[in-house]
Design a protein around this ligand. Sequence first.
Ligand code: NDP
Ligand code: GDP
Length: 328
Amino acid sequence: MAKRALVTGITGQDGAYLSQFLLEKGYEVHGVIRRSSHRGVEDHRLRWLGVADRVHLHDGDLADLSSLLRTVKDVQPDEIYNLAAQSFVASSWRQPLLTANVTAIGVTNMLEAMRIGAPGARFYQASSSEMYGLIQEPMQSETTPFYPRSPYAVAKLYGHWITVNYRESFGLHASSGILFNHESPLRGVEFVTRKVTRTVAAIKLGQAQELRLGNIDAKRDWGHARDYVEGMWRMLQQEKPDDYVVATGVTTTVRDMCKIAFAHAGLDMDKHLIIDPAFFRPAEVDVLLGDSSKARKALGWKPEIDLETMIKEMLDADLERLRREPLS
Ligand code: NDP
Ligand code: GDP
């Protein structure tokens, strides 16, 4: 019998790559999809990876416990990957309550649905390096104290601890993956890497002139989503649930990440980059750098794709997309 996985956030970047990964492993993949008036475009990432027709989609919302309960009862999953979230830090100041309802309380909804409907399943919570915020140690590991710096990070911290608490309270197989930033050609266009590759591609094709960014001194530990979804799966294959940091151990400024993209396009960055105060945040996470030795040792996980290779892949994909469908 094929194992059954239920993925919330299946239409997002990680949901798409995880679906592809699990299908290759022979899983039956189910996902929660929220209702939209634009039926037909929500699954564009799944289509990009060629897996849209191979996954089973169930109407639901992380803020609606009854829809999650119904889905869990119908699917009877072996593994649940809770990836759904309001995931964009900058939006979390503009929509703090929605962020709390989905990114924080939504985790309890999903855990409750599992506890009631499929208590024997294994649960993965998509926690975030943003929880370290104002970093308390130069390299962040599972034991580094948290100091969240945005409504998003505060909500993720709740999600992390409620996952730990349900594991300790109810004996659920619930693990929390503290993933550092990971990107791909399927990253949302509002995140800085994709904003850069898409805009640089547009400049290259004569469809834009400038790239407007905020704090380019910020440093992130960037990996590739394809590598990171494997880390999620490996966590759920362990006999015991636990928490793991997934990171590359290399940190780079936004400025240097931009340089890679401009250089690959053969463009002069200084002619196009404009610093725009509109993109600065009320509170910033200046630097993140992950220590993933626990995951490397216990899970046998390691990243395969470095930043330069990834940015080039993203830029090439954006060039191809914009040639087909120019920015209007
Ligand atoms: P995306 O923003 O690409 O995807 C988010 C997903 O959540 C989408 O499928 C979205 O659906 C869904 N969603 C949002 N709100 C709801 C809701 N109320 N009910 C049901 N589904 C909802 O995020 P990523 O794939 O990049 O990230 C996956 C998870 O990992 C997120 O929880 C994110 O916060 C976390 N994370 C991501 C990191 C990264 O660098 N990518 C780093 C650390 C953690 P729709 O398509 O309809 O919008
Ligand atoms: P985050 O780490 O989850 O917030 O991922 P982002 O990709 O949104 O942002 C990474 C870093 O890039 C943060 O420190 C941002 O302040 C910085 N940054 C600088 N300019 C921009 C911009 O125009 N858009 C975004 N999204 N981030 C920017």
